[in-house]
Design a protein around this ligand. Sequence first.
Ligand code: SAM
Ligand code: SF4
Length: 314
Amino acid sequence: MKDSKGREIDYLRLSVTDRCNLRCIYCMPEEGIPLVSHDDVLSVDETIQLTGIIIKAAGIRKVRITGGEPLVRKGLLDLLRGVSGHHPEELVLTTNGLLLSGMAPQLAGAGIKRVNISLDSLRDDRIRLISRRDISLEIIENAIASAFDAGFGPVKVNCVVMRNINDDEIAEFIKWSGETGVTVRFIEHMPSMLSDDTFVSRDEIIERASVLGKIVRQDDIGTAGIYTEEDTGLTFGIIAPFSDPMCSSCSRIRLSARGTLYTCLAAAEGVSLIELLRGDSCDETISKLVRETVMRKPDSHGGCVHAKMWRIGG
Ligand code: SAM
Ligand code: SF4
């Protein structure tokens, strides 16, 4: 459907859990997040039902499964099979990759077509520092290989750029992407537990990439600006919610694991659908509320984004 600004809203980011097996310094507090009771989270059946209502009500074509970490969600494969049954044109997933090697074939069998993998450094000591867990590049490279084996190509790798933490690795990441066959996308850090001084802008990311040669902008893909180094043809993306917000063409809405619908990263409060789903409301009542909520999608995030990415899926 089109919202009140004429934007085509056809992309649902579906967060299937708040929980995660990492504690990335820019996303979650070290002690983790307050645990919610299972009753406050949509069950697998409720997630499938509500996703179906939203897909029909808003005319959603693409569903991205996210979290928290989606691969830790109990009953994920049933959930995916149910969502696939609503026949979105694209069903894709974003993961930290930790559990991907053991699950990739089953995910493909349940309907996943592509995966994005998050990786913020190519150095083991920094991976451990950023994720606050004892993991390594090897685990993520194995996850990437399993993603290709399962037919999830093209595989995109998302890297949040942080000053004095990993911002000296931009050129290295671009060269590595050429070697591994993934597309790397650098993400501007959005406000979090880290100080604002960690922010690195799109222009600075391009400047760091320029040590490789002349960087030329291509046509955008979704929310990412696409750039190529002229001589080598190495290509990378930049997702720049601040330098290049792309709000005027934003096609996204988000459903949290608690059954709350958000239409923008700026929305601290969403519209809760869980009580309606569990109450006497018919599908048409929920559909109407979904459409009304989409119509009220803000013009832009205005630089004020929601800090709880683990709740609304980044
Ligand atoms: N756990 C999965 C993962 O890490 O890929 C999926 C959920 S995570 C919230 C989705 C994306 O949001 C990841 O690529 C992560 O790097 C990004 N993200 C989380 N917090 C962020 C922040 N403060 N600024 C920019 N990106 C952020
Ligand atoms: Fe977990 Fe993803 Fe947040 Fe890292 S970015 S803590 S992997 S939800």
